[in-house]
Design a protein around this ligand. Structure first.
Ligand code: GLY
Length: 356
């Protein structure tokens, strides 16, 4: 096991790489801890936390809302939880987002930890302290930035993911590779086909497992470095929203996994960057090739959906009057945020929707 410490202004988070879910009891007091998880995760991994009090919720993004938060607060009271209680979110990103939100608001905040069991939650949702719920159809409108005490990253839990969920996590790793620079980008580009095809055949070789493990750790390090410098997203952290303007707009309405929406969102950001002459066609092609390896279609849908997408972008929490902060790409390792008028985005939306 390797520990990476994320030292943010609001507190420290210990990221326990290659720790086992079964060792959860070593990191918190079984008698004071409540585990929040979803049914699927409980069925698969319940043995690893059978001595803990447990609350089962829906692990679906569409149920990550205040109503579900209310049912959890009620259960915590039924369990007689107090300010010394500890809460663990064990599952995918919707579970960790919800758990972090409930824990950081219940009794004005109790301590909490995560065991993210999806690739997406291991490299992104579970790291960095953003917790929240969706509200009135918009993503993560209500939330807090509070760091979990620990995050257990157990690669064994990835083996039971569907190929679709796995590829969703790859979407965030691609995002990091574009933010980080050419070395990481080329390493990912050179191995992605093998990783995805072996995962789909459920036959990851030892060598591929090691490469995947390396990519997960590097992604986490990239995020830690950014969050430590700008936990509250006043500047630098905004680059982590690469691909997310579009992703947040389509994820709930299309009911697709977050990382799949991010893959479409990165293509959107790349094409927008090329249109604005920031990203040349050759570099755009390299990014597009990488995105295509995932098998996720990068067109947005049919033209009739345009208005819905535009409306959703208008409800993005990053919007300021008729402008929004958008993450553009110049090159792998060179992304930047620019505040642009919403109407300049609409042409790109139109282009990425196909005629029926
Ligand atoms: N998922 C983006 C961030 O944590 O800032």
């Amino acid at each position: 096991m390797k520990t990476i410490t994320l030292a943010a202004k609001s507190g420290q988070s210990r990221l326990l790489i290659n720790e086992r879910l079964e060792n959860l009891h070593k990191h918190c007091d079984v008698n004071k801890t409540v585990v929040i998880t979803d049914k699927n995760t409980a069925d698969l991994y319940g043995n690893g936390f059978k001595n803990f009090k447990t609350i089962i919720i829906s692990g679906e993004e569409k149920d990550k809302n205040l109503e579900t938060a209310g049912t959890i607060y009620k259960k915590l009271l039924e369990f007689s939880c107090d300010r010394h209680s500890f809460i663990v979110g064990l599952g995918g990103g919707a579970v960790t987002d919800m758990t972090g939100f409930v824990a950081s608001t219940f009794l004005r905040g109790v301590r909490f930890g995560f065991v993210p069991t999806t690739l997406l939650a291991q490299v992104d949702a579970g790291i960095g302290g953003k917790n929240g719920v969706n509200f009135m159809g918009s993503k993560n409108m209500i939330g807090t930035i509070t760091q979990p005490d620990f995050v257990i990253i157990d690669a064994n839990t990835l083996k039971t993911l569907s190929a679709r969920e796995f590829i969703s996590g790859i979407g965030e790793i691609i995002k990091y590779s574009i933010i980080a620079g050419e070395d990481f980008f080329n390493q990912l580009a050179g191995n992605l086909y093998l990783i995805i095809s072996e995962f789909q055949k459920k036959s990851l070789s030892e060598k591929t497992e090691a490469i995947l493990s390396y990519l997960i750790e590097e992604s986490i390090k990239i995020k830690v470095d950014i969050v430590e410098k700008d936990e509250k997203e006043t500047g630098l952290r905004k680059v982590l929203n690469l691909g997310h303007t579009l992703a947040h707009a389509i994820e709930l309405t299309e009911d697709i996994p977050h990382g799949e929406a991010v893959i479409k969102g990165i293509k959107f950001a790349a094409d927008f960057s090329t249109r604005e002459e920031f990203l040349n066609i050759e570099e755009n092609r390299k990014i597009t090739n990488m995105l295509e390896l995932t098998g996720v279609s990068t067109y947005l849908g049919i033209k009739t959906k345009r208005d819905k997408i535009k409306e959703a972008i208008c409800h993005d929490k990053k919007k300021k009057q008729d402008t929004i902060d958008f993450v553009f790409i110049r090159n792998a390792g060179d992304v930047f945020v620019s505040n642009i008028k919403l109407k300049t985005i609409w042409e790109v939306v139109d282009d990425m929707c196909i005629n029926q």
